[in-house]
Design a protein around this ligand. Structure first.
Ligand code: GZL
Length: 331
């Protein structure tokens, strides 16, 4: 690949490379060559959402003749492994780096190295702290705070008229320090506080977006607080919610009845649990954005102006919709 020198990478505007070239070292400057070489540092394989996201991106790259190669790394939810992958992409002089940052902080040095090497970075899915926003061109993913607000609004609508007055809540947070965990929490309580719901957050711990850890934390919640008088479990993703459902049933309680449950993602397993009456509200988080991501990667490589954030489309579903929607779920 010809080394590029960029006039600058402003927030959301990726200035035209001084010498546009493709990943195969074509020096013609005419955009010829066999397509782009893209490095993708993926979070891991911790959930059905993540697996579907990886499959969507890999399938889109494979089908897109503008993409010569997708170098894919599963970082197993380990930031050091992601940083190592990005450094390897820089060494290999890929055309564009795609990063799904496991957490929001700790990226400054490696993203500066990519900028110094003239390689644009696109964030897929999760975001990073605002201080580093000039070190990536754009983020394609969900508005996690809005997902939290949707969960909060259903909670207010469901419990505002609660006869005993105080809604008692347990929260299973996603990976500590991750954008979806931080923002799904912030959006949720922004609505509860803004709407004046009387609530008590009885406990809130991270289940790291996995079923195993979600179940273990729920078991601890039950041991510590019991379930009598707990109105709601807010789980930041399906896997943790499904793990919690197992713990609730093993404790002799009826999930979805004795305790209302909200999950975020919208997997087949999540919707099936809804059809089975074991949970009450699903906020969709859409992982299937591979084709949209390829368009963004190509636009960035060509120096087109792109928005700093492109939200993917996603909805919400209550118990009356679970059965009809289940066949439509893609992961
Ligand atoms: C959200 C994504 C989250 C999912 C989880 O966009 O980062 O990570 O909600 C996944 O299922 O583990």
């Amino acid at each position: 690949m010809k080394r590029r020198t960029f006039a600058g990478i402003g927030a959301g505007v990726f200035l035209l490379p001084l010498a546009a070239a493709c990943g195969n070292g074509d020096d013609s400057g005419d955009g010829g060559g066999d397509g782009l070489v893209v490095g993708f540092a993926q979070v891991g394989a911790e959930s059905a959402w993540r697996t579907a996201n990886s499959e969507s991106v890999q399938a889109a790259a494979e089908a897109d003749d503008r993409i010569a190669e997708l170098k894919f790394v599963d970082a197993q939810q380990d930031q050091e492994k992601q940083i190592e992958a990005v450094r390897n992409f820089i060494t290999q002089q890929v055309d564009v780096i795609v990063l799904a940052p496991v957490v929001e902080t700790g990226w400054t040095d490696v993203l500066q190295e990519a900028a110094d090497a003239g390689i644009p970075v696109v964030l897929a899915d999760r975001g990073i702290e605002a201080a580093d926003e000039d070190l990536y061109v754009t983020r394609l993913g969900s508005d996690f705070a809005e997902e939290g607000r949707k969960a909060g609004q259903w909670t207010v609508d469901t419990f505002a008229a609660d006869p005993d007055g105080v809604t008692r809540i347990l929260e299973l947070q996603g990976t500590t320090g991750s954008a979806p965990a931080n923002d799904r929490k912030a959006g949720f309580f922004e609505v509860l506080d803004g709407e004046g719901l009387a609530y008590e957050l009885v406990d809130s711990q991270s289940g790291n977006f996995t079923a195993e850890e979600g179940k273990a934390v729920m078991e601890t919640f039950i041991t510590t607080h019991g379930l009598e008088g707990i109105d709601l479990l807010y789980a930041h993703n399906d896997e943790m919610g499904l793990g919690a459902i197992q713990a609730i049933e093993e404790a002799g309680y009826a999930p979805g009845t004795d305790i209302q449950i909200i999950i975020v993602d919208g997997s087949k397993a999540g919707f099936q649990a809804g059809v089975d009456g074991k949970l009450n509200y699903i906020v969709e988080c859409n992982p299937v954005f591979g084709e949209q991501l390829m368009d963004v990667v190509v636009a960035v490589s060509e120096g087109d102006e792109v928005e700093k954030f492109t939200p993917v489309e996603e909805g919400v579903f209550d118990a009356s919709q679970f059965e009809a929607e289940l066949p439509n779920r893609q992961f």
